[in-house]
Write a protein that binds this ligand. Sequence first.
Ligand SMILES: Nc1ncnc2c1ncn2[C@@H]1O[C@H](COP(=O)(O)OP(=O)(O)OP(=O)(O)O)[C@@H](O)[C@H]1O
Length: 348
Amino acid sequence: MTGRAEDAAIIFEGLGKSFPKAGGRVMALEGIDLTVPAGSITGIIGRSGAGKSTLLRMVNGLERPTEGRVTVTGQDVGQARGPALRAIRRNVGMIFQHFNLLSSRTVRGNIALPLQIAGTPGGRIRARVDQLIDQVGLGPLADRYPAELSGGQKQRVGIARALATGPQVLLSDEATSALDPETTQTVLELLGRINRDLGLTILLITHEMAVLRDIATHMAVIEAGRIVEAGPTYDIFTKPVHPTTRSFLSGVTGATLPAFVAGRLQDGPPGDQVIRVTFAGAHATDPMLARLATELGISANILGGAIEEIGPRPFGNLLISVPADQGDRARAFLDTYGLTTEVLGHVR
Ligand SMILES: Nc1ncnc2c1ncn2[C@@H]1O[C@H](COP(=O)(O)OP(=O)(O)OP(=O)(O)O)[C@@H](O)[C@H]1O
């Protein structure tokens, strides 16, 4: 994810972060180089402890780098102090997995908080809060307390509060992880709308590939404090390279193996090799499987398949089996036509 600096909302350069630990230091992040394009929704995915939260907290100065730097709309966050740091924080809103609302304040009171801290005059606060409540669709609930709201409604309050100071960047720390799938969709739709309508850059962290598929234009995979793969989401879904990316993807594609195959899957040969073929577009494999048969004499059994979309662009996953001793040839053939293949196992 490289790009011109002027098109970037956030740039991480050689960023490292270590924490003191008994007898030494623990490296939470190492050698992070990443450009978050302005106006993008960029997702960072990684397992627990990979360094996602630490990376996000660098962007609003809650953590400072021990190496390298992070700049937000041209401002070096690690070097900023006092008024400069406060200005960055007004320009970078944040939403949280557990919403972090004040239980003693109403919806209106929670949303007003950052404006009160920024010293905005009372009359202006009221008008701005009304506008924000409208923007996130919370109209009838303005005088309710957090305890009287559902999870999705609480997250809307969190989003409105994060937008109060008119930031150019919104950070999202697992904002949908505590929500049910249906509510997750409505919150993701709201984030997508805010991104489009306000031109806001969103940097989100998640451990769910489905969130990235549904909303992220760009993504990066982080493992043990390092970025192992980054780029446009569509490219990574259709041509994943790193094993960690592939393993995240295996849980999210719509294509599933029939139970009678999945239950018999084993590591070693004999019999048939089960392969996942990933392709861009909706129909890319039809001629390929025919050519596999006519040109190589290998007939593939189709075990499952699904077409999905990232934004308006379709991509597909096909699960096939071929005789185990032909697996390498079949995959080499498909690879030369730009299809991505992955061996899922073998069945007798
Ligand atoms: N304040 C701290 N002091 C010491 N170690 C820390 C601190 N913050 C984070 N770490 C360590 O840094 C590493 C990365 O942690 P981080 O919370 O960024 O990961 P994460 O990917 O967000 O994980 P999770 O999904 O579980 O929140 C972990 O090994 C963690 O123990």
